[in-house]
Design a protein around this ligand. Structure first.
Ligand SMILES: NC(=O)c1ccc[n+]([C@@H]2O[C@H](COP(=O)([O-])OP(=O)(O)OC[C@H]3O[C@@H](n4cnc5c(N)ncnc54)[C@H](O)[C@@H]3O)[C@@H](O)[C@H]2O)c1
Ligand SMILES: [Zn+2]
Length: 356
């Protein structure tokens, strides 16, 4: 197929591009090379035979040309980050939502009917837990007094009993808690509007915590792994906040890329969302131990420190992706962490722009 891949110079985009080429697709690789993501002035070297399109999704004329003649679009381009600075709201809304709206309008005009969209687990907010009496409940923000007392598990908001793990599935309602999350949720809504109006197919890929070669160091997803490896490389023990039992779903970037390519190759009927997680929740403490082992460093120290606003657990039920698209993750946690630890000594903070 002839595929337009946006955000192709980014962390996930480079892996998706490599896999599309391996599978024989013809790729038009688009990226604005945002200066806050890519070293300024660095050239973008795409693999042989790939058309590199440097420009911004908000530029209607550019996007109209970029979609012309393609069979499908994989849309990864976005401003990624913590989304907590209110001053950044216009940039999230513009880069992510105006950019997506321009893309969808151009696809409708050019009659391109297949979209695979990079969404995120952040659309779900805090996820949920299970109360023995009240079933699935959404825990509210944790109180500072509880955190200070070392009481890290969020209680049932109705009866304050401890909660068991609840895996978020794709029907869990949205609860975006910051500007980045809101912009990802809005991308999904725009894409759903487009699909219904045009009869197009839109797969929303809700990635969980993606890690692996080329990962940036300052996103909400990556931060902690790079903080741990930096400490270990200085010969220091990684310092784990709270009690280290915060659960996440760490999924390897090659597995995420494979899921994305698969969704693009097998278009869904109408609109369909997929959680993209490894399916095996791990704790932040597990990650610290795995990296310490891989780098032969000191054992992690659990500090009991906390940050107000941190989410305690976010874990996905990714069974729909396995069931409907036949995807299974290939990279295990221990191997993935060993690879990450080995690469942490080599990669500069933003090794992004060279693609060759
Ligand atoms: N990394 C993760 O763990 C993770 C998790 C969930 C969702 N996602 C989503 O996956 C996608 C890719 O993320 P990533 O981690 O590779 O981020 P990234 O920052 O490495 O890549 C994004 C790329 O998009 C480009 N870009 C941004 N705005 C653009 C615009 N308006 N026009 C053209 N290009 C633009 C940037 O220059 C960058 O190269 C994003 O949509 C992100 O929201 C990532
Ligand atoms: Zn309860």
């Amino acid at each position: 197929m002839h595929i337009l891949l946006t955000g192709a110079a980014g962390f996930i985009g480079r892996h998706v591009l490599a896999q599309l080429l391996d599978r024989g697709h013809e790729v038009r690789a688009l990226d604005s090379l945002r200066p806050d993501v890519h070293r300024s002035g660095a050239a973008w070297t795409t693999p042989r035979g790939v058309e590199a399109w440097v420009g911004d999704m908000r530029d209607a004329a550019f996007v109209a040309k970029a979609v012309d003649g393609v069979d499908a679009v994989i849309h990864l381009a976005a401003k990624v980050g913590l989304g907590v600075d209110i001053g950044d709201m216009p940039d999230y809304a513009s880069s992510n939502d105006v950019g997506t709206a321009e893309l969808l309008a151009a696809m409708a005009r050019a009659d391109v009917s297949r979209l695979t969209l990079a969404s995120s687990m952040v659309v779900y907010g805090e996820g949920f837990g299970r109360c023995p009496e009240h079933g699935s409940v959404r825990p509210g923000p944790r109180l500072e007094s509880a955190l200070a007392a070392g009481d890290f598990e969020p209680p049932c908001p109705i009866c304050a009993r401890p909660l068991a793990v609840g895996l978020v599935d794709e029907e869990t309602s949205f609860d975006p808690r910051n500007a980045y999350a809101t912009s990802k949720a809005a991308q999904e809504f725009y894409a759903a509007n487009w699909a219904r109006a045009t009869g197009g197919s839109a797969a929303m890929m809700r990635y969980h915590n993606v890690y692996g070669p080329g990962m940036p160091r300052d996103t909400p997803y990556a931060g902690v792994a790079s903080i741990f490896t930096s400490a270990l490389r200085r010969g220091e023990a990684p310092r784990v906040f709270e009690d280290g039992r915060q659960r996440r779903d760490f999924v390897h970037v090659r597995d995420v890329a494979a899921a994305t390519v698969r969704a693009c190759e097998r278009p869904v009927e109408g609109v369909r969302a997929y959680n993209v997680g490894s399916g095996t929740p791990r704790t932040v403490g597990d990650m610290a131990h795995a990296l310490a082992r891989a780098l032969d460093g000191p054992a992690p120290i659990v500090t009991g420190q906390y940050r107000l606003g941190d989410v305690r657990h976010i874990t996905a039920d990714s069974s729909r992706l396995r069931r409907e698209l036949g995807w299974t993750p290939a990279v295990g946690f221990a191997d993935g962490m060993t690879e990450l630890a080995a690469l942490s000594g080599e990669e500069p903070a933003r090794p992004r722009t060279a693609l060759a």
